[in-house]
Design a protein around this ligand. Structure first.
Ligand code: PEP
Ligand code: MG
Length: 617
């Protein structure tokens, strides 16, 4: 499929809620969003239909009433947060769209505030002893039956009211059951996915070969959905206010992932220009593909290691085609997503081994599970590893290594699987979200204990244990990098979280995207400090956040001392080109100029000047 295939008519159902409200105006409509993954996609809108939430009546015992009530309150709170986010975006909509949607969202919000629906659902949990899902579904149907039975000459208004009740009940039910919001079954080849939001777990289900592009209302530049789309090489724009409500299924849409622009019903001249740009982009990619066999070496002979990040096995062919020297960050979260139970040791071993074998003799760094923050994994809640009730501040809560140390069975199973798979090729193990040296101590003790146990069991594992490294992704870890580097076998700087925690900006929030800036001097100083600390201890230091994938930043990162990059596979050729055009001498001079600045705008100007005027993203 070409990303620029002419659109085919699509019989898809209506896009997600809120329902399409604005009538289709004549002519094209242009929306701005956050440029996520370059490339141009043209195709019919596919509004992924929400899977119907089927609720079977489940009884509880009296002792569970409070817990069920708490689950209901949690789902209501999540629903409220989602709607408040949508309401906050209304200002960015054209007036007519906002006029249509505002009362609808207000009605939904009212129903989340002490409405008959919630009072009734609470009462049903307590009196009929049923689970919260059943209580919400039954109460919603009872209310709809009453509304529709009333004598009212305005039948359409009655049906609208009933539909609103069903809609808010469906939102609460999805939040209670944590069901995926999307259903990609039947996504027509060459379509553009348009949605209110796309969770990372849902993005993991996408088949990049079938999709022309993705555009959603929610999402920030470095959220995991963005990372996934970039890795899959799907043209994507996120944070597009008002799009899901304006788009109609089958309507032609143009997604320009490099410019961060989405156009509904693009005019013929715009379509022709987009097709020309798409061909030029494809030609450029072909030219870059020829770099595959050339080494990543600067003009003054410094060798740079360019590795790929991997989020789902579907990316493996892209990794091998990219010319990357192995995988520098295998995010293992995919193994735990979109499933009911947790994968056991054998199942994990088989997956890790197949990836290590596919990449060998190049190395693979497997990061142990980084659950938490925006990466929700329902199977963990279902298995009782984490509480179902969300933390108030999930990004500051039980994330990464913190969770693993509290769930030793989960941690040990994963370590055992990695150790068994590691006989298939060079492997390293990476610990996420380290903030205390003691976490590294504890993790290493568990790692060695697991290895001893496997040997006793007669399993084949490498004679020398694979190196154990730590992610530097919080300011605390960056500023303690000297102590961590003394004991860790390697450091991997995660600039995505490092920028988030340093600047106190949610990496996945569309509305704060302007404040999220890895070129902020505070972030750069932490990167510099951690890099120098690692190199002083003669430990390998890599950058594996998205910052490393921007060729405009390559010279700066080289100048700060970095020689290892792990980046999304499609970015490897461009970053290699930047490496081959740089000299370490020039890069060090650039880094000095940049590190003297306190204003990100001036830093960007230095980077643009160093590149001969083409500014960094
Ligand atoms: C990072 O935080 O930069 C990183 C590489 O980890 P993740 O994006 O998976 O949180
Ligand atoms: Mg991270």
């Amino acid at each position: 499929m070409s990303r620029t295939d002419p659109p085919a008519p699509s019989p898809r159902p209506a896009p997600r809620s809120p329902p399409a409200a604005a009538p289709a105006p004549p002519g094209e409509r242009v929306f701005a969003g956050i440029a996520i993954a370059p490339g141009i996609g043209i195709g019919p809108v596919f509004g992924a239909a929400e899977p119907a939430v089927t609720v079977t009546r489940q009884k509880i015992v009296a002792a569970d009433i409070a817990a069920e009530g708490a689950r209901l309150e949690e789902a209501v709170a999540r629903s409220r947060r989602q709607l408040l986010k949508l309401r906050a975006r209304l200002d960015a909509l054209p007036e007519e769209g906002s006029r249509e949607l505002a009362p609808l969202i207000e009605a939904y919000l009212r129903m989340l505030d002490g409405s008959r629906l919630l009072r009734g659902a609470r009462a049903r949990i307590a009196t009929t002893l049923i689970r919260a899902e059943s209580a919400v579904a039954e109460e919603a149907e009872a209310i709809c039956a009453i509304i529709l039975a009333m004598e009212d000459p305005d039948r359409a208004a009655q049906e609208r009211r009933a539909a609103e009740v069903r809609e808010i009940a469906a939102r609460i039910l999805r939040n209670l059951t944590r069901q995926p919001f999307q259903n990609f079954a039947g996504l027509p080849e060459g379509a553009v996915l348009v949605a209110e939001a796309l969770r990372p777990a849902d993005a993991a289900l996408l088949d990049p070969g079938r999709l022309a592009g993705v555009a959603t209302e929610e999402g920030g530049a470095e959220g995991h959905t963005a990372i996934m789309l970039r890795a899959l090489g799907v043209p994507a724009v996120l944070g597009v206010a008002g799009l899901a409500a304006a788009a109609r299924p089958g309507q032609v849409v143009l997604v320009d992932g490099g410019a961060g622009q989405v156009v509904l019903d693009p005019s013929p001249p715009r379509l022709a220009a987009a097709r020309r740009a798409a061909s030029a982009y494809a030609r450029e990619n072909q030219r870059l593909a020829r770099l595959r066999r050339l080494p990543a070496v600067t003009t003054d002979g410094a060798v740079v290691m360019l590795q790929a990040n991997l989020e789902i096995p579907a990316e493996l062919p892209l990794v091998t085609a990219s010319g990357a020297h192995g995988i520098g960050l295998l995010r293992s979260e995919f193994l735990f997503m979109n499933r009911e139970g947790l994968p056991d040791e054998d199942a994990q071993t088989a997956v890790y081994r197949s990836i290590i074998e596919a990449i060998a003799p190049d190395p693979v760094t497997i990061r142990v599970l980084d659950w938490g923050g925006e990466k929700e994994i329902d199977a963990l809640a279902a298995a009782g590893v984490v509480a179902e009730a969300r933390e108030i501040n999930p990004a500051l809560g039980l994330r990464g290594i913190r969770l693993l140390l509290r769930a030793p069975a989960l941690f040990e199973t994963q370590l055992a699987a990695i150790l068994r798979a590691a006989v298939a090729g060079p492997t390293s193990v990476l610990l996420p979200m380290i903030t205390h040296l003691s976490e590294l101590h504890q993790a290493r003790a568990i790692y060695e204990r697991v290895a001893r146990r496997l040997r006793r069991r007669g399993e084949r594992i490498p004679e020398r244990l694979p190196p154990l490294g730590v992610m530097i992704e919080t300011p605390g870890a960056a500023l303690a990098a000297d102590a961590l580097a003394l004991e860790a076998d390697f450091l991997a700087i995660g600039t995505n979280d490092l920028s988030m925690y340093t600047l106190a900006v949610d990496r996945g929030a569309a509305e704060l995207a302007g404040l999220y800036d890895p070129l902020h001097p505070a972030v750069l100083r932490l990167v510099q400090f951690a890099t120098e600390a690692g190199l002083r201890m003669r430990k390998p230091v890599s950058v594996c956040g998205e910052m490393g994938a921007n060729p405009a930043f390559t010279a700066l990162l080289l100048g700060l001392g970095l020689r290892r990059f792990s980046i999304n596979a499609p970015a490897v050729p461009r970053v290699k080109q930047a490496v081959r055009a740089a000299s370490i001498e020039g890069a060090v001079r650039l880094a000095r100029r940049v590190m003297d600045e306190s204003d990100p705008a001036r830093i960007r100007a230095h980077l643009a000047a160093a590149q001969g005027g083409s500014g960094p993203g």
